[in-house]
Design a protein around this ligand. Structure first.
Ligand code: F6R
Length: 374
């Protein structure tokens, strides 16, 4: 049932090209660049009149939501709020009937996420679900669902469901942008083409970085703490890299926005601290290039204090490899799609470290696959 893999987690990491492809299947047209969603009770008119999107989710799904905020705001020019579902209803949230609630959940059974959905509905918002399980509780109360077609996820640590969520969010952001007229048909077509190339690029990463992550695990599996840094849409991926490591290897890890380091965490850096820096850039996107340059100087601050940097960078980026101890290279993609690629080496790194530490990778202590209590 593990198809020859040692753990479900490794099998599921390797299933990501298919999970991503299946999540785009029947939803995108390469010829026209158009994006289609399943039929739902939220109309094009609702999307045009929307005042904002309110995302609520937990854990890894919340990280997908944070990345989704960048996709939706950038493409559809609609404000997005992202909440922990477990916090949402306790702050008497300001919601209005023109706000559309978006619940992101692999299982569709997470009690906190269901509670947030009920709060949104009580305030008059329509809700949409991004969910991996057909017919799950959240989808039954939602006015529409975008199913992630990742297939059953057995490993407690979410991997393929996460990249499928990022894919669904990208598709949703493109759809919103098309309905709201905030994107040209040329740009749509280009982005849809780029999206269709992502599964192949993930395959390439799986082939090229697994050995390297296994080697890195040898050097770093005894670390006491880890930092993960990223800026903009890469920051949620830093959070996800830290969560993966924490939950399966029990090493303390934190994700931080790279620019916040000088406001405190720099004090932690010494020669024992591994710092994973996401330092990718999309050369066609000026804000991405600017962010990259700022991240470079954050990396220099870490190396100047003898921190041990593992960088995630784009193929052919020699500037980074000359600056740091270890660089993991990934293929080029547009800024909003890079997260799908960046997270793969972080999953593998966490996996190999946990295996070296003799941890139960598929069933980490104290955790359940779906959390049905608030
Ligand atoms: C982490 C993980 C959890 C879940 C969270 C939400 O790897 O799996 O953080 O993401 O419990 O679960 P769902 O997405 O089922 O609502």
């Amino acid at each position: 049932e593990k198809a020859g893999y040692k753990h479900f987690m490794l099998k599921e990491i390797n299933e990501q090209p298919r999970a991503i492809r299946d999540t785009t299947l029947g939803r995108i047209s390469l010829d026209t660049g158009k994006v289609f969603l399943q039929e739902m009770q939220i109309t094009a008119e609702d999307f045009r009149n929307a005042s904002q999107i309110t995302i609520a989710a937990c854990g890894t799904s919340w990280h997908a939501g944070l990345a989704g905020k960048f996709m939706i705001e950038r493409l559809a020019r609609l404000p997005v709020e992202v909440d922990y579902a477990s916090e949402y209803r306790y702050r008497d949230p300001i919601a209005d009937p023109r706000a559309i609630g978006l619940l992101i959940t692999q299982s569709g059974e997470t009690a906190d996420t269901i509670a947030a959905q009920r709060e949104l509905i009580a305030k008059g918002s329509k809700t949409l679900a991004i969910c991996n399980v057909v017919g799950a509780a959240v989808t039954r109360e939602a006015q529409g669902t975008i199913t992630t077609n990742a297939g059953p996820e057995i490993g407690v640590a979410s991997t393929k469901a996460f990249t499928a969520q990022l894919t669904a969010l990208f598709v949703f952001a493109l759809h919103l942008a098309q309905v709201r007229g905030t994107i040209s048909s040329d740009e749509s077509k280009q982005l849809v083409e780029e999206l269709s190339r992502i599964p192949g690029k993930v395959e390439e990463i799986l082939r090229s970085v697994d050995d390297q992550c296994c080697q890195l695990a040898k050097s770093f599996s005894t670390a006491r703490d880890f930092l993960f840094l990223g800026r903009g849409i890469h920051y949620p991926i830093a959070l996800e890299g830290a969560l993966k490591l924490k939950e399966i290897s029990y090493i303390h890890a934190e994700g931080y926005p790279a620019g916040e380091m000088k406001h405190g965490p720099n004090a932690l850096i010494d020669e024992t601290l591994p710092v994973v820096c996401i330092a990718t850039k999309d050369p066609n996107d000026p804000s991405s290039v600017l962010k990259y340059e700022k991240t470079l100087s954050n990396i220099q601050e870490v190396t100047a204090r003898s921190g041990r940097v593992i960088a995630i960078a784009i193929e052919g980026d020699d500037t980074i490899s000359q600056l740091v101890e270890h660089t993991i290279h990934i293929p080029q993609a547009p800024e909003l799609l890079l997260p799908v690629l960046e997270v793969v080496p972080l999953q593998l790194l966490a996996y190999h470290i946990a295996v070296r530490r003799g941890c139960d990778v598929d069933q980490p202590r104290n955790l359940a696959k779906s959390v049905t209590v608030e």
